[in-house]
Ligand binder design. Sequence first.
Ligand code: ARG
Length: 257
Amino acid sequence: MSKKTIAIALTVALAFSLLLAGCGGKTPQQAKVLKIGTDAAFAPFEFQDEKSKEYIGFDIDLIKAIGKQMGYEVKVQGMGFDGLIPALEAGQIDAAVSGMTITEERGKKVNFSKPYYTSGLSIVVKQDNAAIKEFKDLEGKRLAVQIGTTGANFAKKVKDAKVREFNTAPEAFLELKAGGVDAVINDLPVNEYYIAKTGSKDAKIVGKPLNSENYGIATAKKNTELAQKIDKALEDLKKSGEYDKIYEKWFGRKPVK
Ligand code: ARG
């Protein structure tokens, strides 16, 4: 190697380290950001801290842990539930983490991670409602659901029911409280949390869970690499016990295996 070549090599190395120092000493790998979309009105999965307005919940803790495992910084962005898949398709977000049920229909548009939570739909009525005790009693009734959800699809199949769709689950619950509808169809753990928090004087869950559903983390169809990384991280967190810790924090018990 000539002296000139060595000098050039040194200059290049110096320039490169200055560039890295300019990024706050971080390698590009560490500076990676994972943009998450969520409809943060779905406690205990995603909601906003009353005071700080910070996004909190099981999904938020889980995706932060997944991001950390992958070496990404997680940035959460709130949006309407029915806007999540379009936002993924448009590349505005990298992943949707929003208590989103893995369905065949959605699977045509996005990739889903392995299931991370087993859920299902249930019926909520006012505490003093004696007429609705199970699924068959919903016939011809006024139902409230969140737009774009599996609960909405389910309600539309109930014979002669009048279905009203709301932008968020809390709005559907408010309508029930106001007497505008007879029942809400929504995810069971969210219904349980709502009743526990608002006090059981307002509402109650009736009947058996209507079905079983699995939540998954959705990513853009073309981004198969990210989907694989997320699955790997999720698996690691399950092995390390970190997943169980997060689960216990929000549900007060260990997950059933
Ligand atoms: N699991 C239901 C679905 O996928 C409801 C999810 C609603 N999530 C939310 N963050 N509002 O359709």
